[in-house]
Design a protein around this ligand. Structure first.
Ligand SMILES: CC(C)(COP(=O)(O)OP(=O)(O)OC[C@H]1O[C@@H](n2cnc3c(N)ncnc32)[C@H](O)[C@@H]1OP(=O)(O)O)[C@@H](O)C(=O)NCCC(=O)NCCS
Length: 152
């Protein structure tokens, strides 16, 4: 079936509940919705036949220069593909799409933060051009790395 990647409008935000458990993660859902409506976040959704399958977001101010620098570096947030739809190239397609949009907006770098025990995500990012390590550290969730990709 045909698919498309669309920009999420706040009115459709709840449809992302098909991708991740928004009730269980209600705090995150509230934060993302606020950022979406204030313009601090843009979310792109991989959609097939009306069904939301995966999403990725760009965030413009993380209050951390490793992640965001005005007009230059934008942060990739909440890349997720619905379980059952993984390993089909959707995650990679979302990263490529977001990179194209970041470039269109004039950004030259995209950043991400990923847990070091998240092998699928690390492998996807490494294979998608996130080849610069900015920081390796640890927080309450465990060890993680901040990576950069050039989008010029
Ligand atoms: C990480 C995630 C978004 C990947 O999405 P996906 O659609 O399965 O990724 P793709 O099919 O585009 O995979 C691209 C490449 O990443 C790597 N990869 C993805 N999942 C993998 C896995 N489970 N094991 C090994 N490599 C994997 C592979 O190199 C893959 O290419 P290949 O299939 O040709 O070998 C998905 O696993 C997910 O939603 N995870 C939970 C949320 C999450 O951890 N998000 C990242 C937060 S930083």
């Amino acid at each position: 079936m045909d698919h498309e990647i669309i920009k999420l409008s706040p009115g459709d935000f709840e449809k992302c509940g098909n991708i991740w458990d928004m009730e269980r993660q209600s705090g995150l859902a509230k934060q993302f919705y606020g950022e979406l409506t204030s313009g601090g976040r843009i979310t792109y959704v991989y959609k097939r036949g009306g069904e939301f399958i995966g999403e990725i977001s760009l965030v413009f101010d993380m209050n951390d220069p490793d992640y965001t620098i005005s007009g230059r570096r934008v942060y990739v947030s909440h890349l997720i593909v619905k379980p059952g739809e993984r390993r089909k190239g959707i995650g990679k397609a979302l990263v490529e799409f977001a990179a194209g949009k970041a470039k269109e907006m004039g950004y030259t770098e995209m950043s991400i933060g990923v847990d070091l025990d998240n092998y699928p995500a690390l492998k996807l990012y490494a294979g998608s051009g996130f080849d610069r390590i900015v920081f390796i550290g640890e927080d309450s969730q465990g060890k993680y790395v901040k990576l950069l990709k050039e989008v010029r």
